[in-house]
Design a binder for this molecule. Structure first.
Ligand code: FAD
Length: 417
């Protein structure tokens, strides 16, 4: 059987490996000069390739339960075992986040390349796809600038639009649409959010632990905690990335979108108020800007006082009850209205993509028999923490196996070579 894979990224290489392990002759058509470029920049060059704590709830999309059967067949243990079977040592760091033991993303790419080579997968780079169709004889024809290819099964694994310099320029959506598939508007995800809040300028450079609530049209829709990074026109850091799916969707739909930042997540308002009252007693003659510096980062303190209209020189002992309450409430709920988000160049993944309502649980098209999909090209995006690469491996596994065997068993260590 001849299997063609369009796109030589994480999902395409995995699909190719499992199709080849199942006995097919496999060709990967990649339009850039090399496969797996994006993998090299993942996890800050270390590649967080899966996560021990993984469930369908770590994924977003218009059909959130779509990922579940795929994840059941290929979970985090399978991902670790798969890479170990390819010749890599995996190491778990920080609470179940898995990386290659070498600490180098290049290791992940290298072992995938060794596998492709040892399985005899034909990897064709610099292949610009002009069109792809299924003929009346049931054979898929793929026309590149130089050549015509023929396949019994075709797997589309072109990625989304994030980090287009790595090759994922969204051209896979056109191919999917030409096969009659619907594409849900792709938007960036796992990226920063922009705010015009004037006090951001004075907060620029602050990194602090915070709890952040995302409000859409005044309602809290998600809460995340972690290290917040404040820049002159945006909020960034892992908790903001985790909120970016819903935040970007809301901004795109022109809904009022706000981040409420709790700069003192470990303390209740009552505890903070009591602390301020104590400080008034202890250091009544000292300027409030100095005294609050024991509780909050100096720049956060400054922004709170500015926003509350309290002079920096005011002595802490002369704070009024109303001013004390303002300090407490701004340290627990500092509001940043979100006005925009960056382009795909600054995003780690894509939300939206090929509508999974038209794909079955074996990753096969419900419209074109023998056409499969894998990875980020689909309307499935994961949280930050190894979930997007895990989706690439797991959906690649299912597509690769099913395209050849017509069935997919749960991944078993013994089933790999
Ligand atoms: C900076 C950064 C850091 C990240 N870090 C992590 C991390 O640590 N953990 C994690 O889980 N996820 C991470 N991600 C996300 C993860 O890398 C992607 O979700 C994953 O690579 C998607 O795999 P894919 O194979 O579906 O798509 P891609 O990796 O984008 O691969 C698609 C491939 O298809 C090729 N292609 C596209 N169109 C065509 C076409 N028309 N014809 C032929 N070839 C085509 C592309 O050139 C590319 O090689 C990160 C992403 C970025 C940008």
């Amino acid at each position: 059987m001849e299997v063609g894979v369009i796109g030589g990224g994480a999902s395409g290489m995995t699909a190719a490996i499992f199709a080849a392990r199942s006995g097919a002759h496999v060709t990967v058509l990649e339009h850039t000069g090399r496969v797996g470029k994006k993998i090299l920049s993942t996890g800050n060059g270390k590649c967080n390739f899966t996560n021990q704590k993984l469930s369908k709830d770590d994924y977003h999309g218009n059909h959130p339960s779509f990922a579940e059967p795929v994840l059941q067949k290929f979970g985090p243990e399978a991902a670790v075992d798969f890479f170990e079977s390819c010749g890599m040592f995996a190491a778990s760091k920080r609470d179940g986040y898995f990386y290659p033991a070498t600490g180098q993303a290049a290791t992940v790419l290298n072992v995938l390349r060794y596998q492709l080579q040892s399985l005899g997968v034909l990897v064709m780079t610099d292949q610009y796809i002009e069109w792809a169709k299924k003929g009346k004889d049931g054979i898929f024809c793929v026309k590149t600038k130089e050549k015509m290819y023929h396949f019994d099964r075709l797997i589309l694994a072109c990625g989304g639009k994030a980090a287009p310099a790595t090759g994922s320029d969204g051209s896979g959506y056109r191919i999917a649409e030409e096969f009659g598939h619907r594409v849900i508007k792709p938007l960036p995800v796992l990226t920063y959010l922009r705010s015009k809040e004037p006090f951001l300028k004075e907060l620029a450079g602050v990194r602090c632990q915070a709890e952040i609530s995302l409000l859409v049209q005044g309602k809290i829709v998600q809460r995340e905690a972690g290290e917040l990074q404040l820049n002159k026109d945006n909020l960034s850091g892992i908790p903001v990335f985790q909120l970016s799916h819903q935040g970007i969707l809301a901004v795109d739909q022109k809904k009022k979108t706000t981040l409420l930042v709790d700069f003192l997540p470990g303390y209740s308002s009552r505890e903070i108020e009591n602390k301020v009252l104590k400080l008034m007693d202890m250091y009544g003659n000292l300027p409030v800007s100095e005294v609050l510096g024991g509780m909050l980062h100096k720049k956060i303190c400054g922004a709170i006082l500015h926003k509350a209209g309290i002079s920096f020189d005011k002595t802490v002992g002369t704070l009024t009850g109303k001013e004390t309450k303002q300090i407490v409430s701004l340290s627990k709920e500092f509001e940043f209205e979100i006005v925009s988000f960056p382009g795909f160049e600054a995003a780690q993944a894509t939300q939206g993509g090929v509508d999974v309502a038209q794909i079955d649980e074996n990753m096969m098209s419900r419209k074109v028999d023998g056409l499969y999909f894998a990875g980020e090209i689909l309307d499935v995006d994961g949280r930050c923490g190894g979930y997007n690469l895990h989706w690439a491996w797991s959906s690649g596994y299912v597509a690769g196996c099913h395209s050849v065997n017509g069935e997919v068993k749960c991944y078993k260590s013994a089933s790999v070579g």
